[in-house]
Design a protein around this ligand. Sequence first.
Ligand SMILES: [Zn+2]
Ligand SMILES: [Zn+2]
Length: 470
Amino acid sequence: MVRQSARTAAQPKTTAEAAVKVEKKVVATKADKVEVKKRAVTKRKVDYNEDEDDKEENIEPNVKDEDEESPSKSKPAPKKRKTTASAKKADDSMPLAARTPLNTLKLAMKIGAHVSAAGGVQNSITNASNIGANAFALFLKPHRTWNYQPFSPDSPSIFSSLLKANSYTPEIILPHASYLINLAQPDKTKSAQAYTSFLDDLQRCESLGITLYNFHPGSTGGLPISEACARIAAHLNAAHKATKSVITVLENMCGSGNIIGSNFSDLATIISLVDDKSRVGVCLDTCHAFAAGYDLRHPEAYAKTMTEFDEIVGLKYLKAFHLNDSKAPFSSHRDLHENIGQGFLGLRAFHNVVNDERLQNIPMVLETPIEVKGPDGKKTEDKKIWAGEIKLLESLIGMDPESKEFKDLEVELQKKGAAERKRVQEQVDKKAEKDTKKAAPKGKRGTAAAKKKKKVEEEEACDSCGEQSD
Ligand SMILES: [Zn+2]
Ligand SMILES: [Zn+2]
């Protein structure tokens, strides 16, 4: 209603122009003000997540072996974080860009970001709307601890009324599982803990009317991959029986150590063991795919990767996308998200994705870094970056990649990311050199030394995720 005029008013004249300008632009419309008011009303409903560490939201660490999880990590977060969360909430309430009406785009690409749900799940809706997102992801509960509280009884009704008020449908929401959940965990107690949290998330989805739920397949813990996939599938089958409709969406990973899901065949194996195929799907993360050796950069490479996906997994299972550029080079098996167009994937890869008409209407979620250093050296989150990237990606729909407009944009963004690409390339080269020198002698595989080396590699991969917030 009122919102419609706000959206129309914010329509870019020319696509690339809008993409560049939007970062600086603050759209404070009448409708947005109404939204802020609505938010103020619901703000006091604190379900959970006061301790949510938003700084790490755009990081995609691989699932660690849970043995690495120290008991101290399960402690509730210190109370002082409440102040931080409240401060962030104030920042989040700023409308930064209006949503682009889908009928004004040549293809119905629903693009958004993984937004904060600090202060209560319902806040994710306003946070998504404030950055002009037509899709969004969120954590349903604190994602780095096993300690969690149930939703407050009125959460579902507040959530669905806010969703309606913002003209969002539940299908565009893609909640992300806690990073601790490893459904492949062989240890019985830990496996039960992971399953309980997983099922709790699915029940949360259903209570909110959410239809998709994204999770990392997990880690083999050094045991055979076939057994690990069977353990995941068994949990999925049980969880599907215990719930009604939510689709469990496996995410592809970047291929380090014991992490499951870097090959399309891992995903296919898990799906083949799921009884109710209508309850399972896949979310493709562009950064993970690229780091795992699936190229997306050129139209031919993109087509080849998607054909491979279709042949091995099946396009009908493709339920969502994570849109991230990569700070690390092709097939480096490192999970380092970069801003769109600034990494080794480059703008052309994203042009390929958003112009693929088969991907219409599925949620496409940015998990790109938004931390910036202020003049005082302190890091803060700048959500204008996501608002700008959403408009940038939308501007690529139907844009001629041979046009000056595209080429200029490509050059400009590559220039922005040049130093970071160089830094990570050097790291990757150094590690490759080290690995060649230290190559384990044959016959050592399966020994304690080899296992330890594998675990170290995995930890390195996980640690590397933290770099993007530097
Ligand atoms: Zn993920
Ligand atoms: Zn992802």
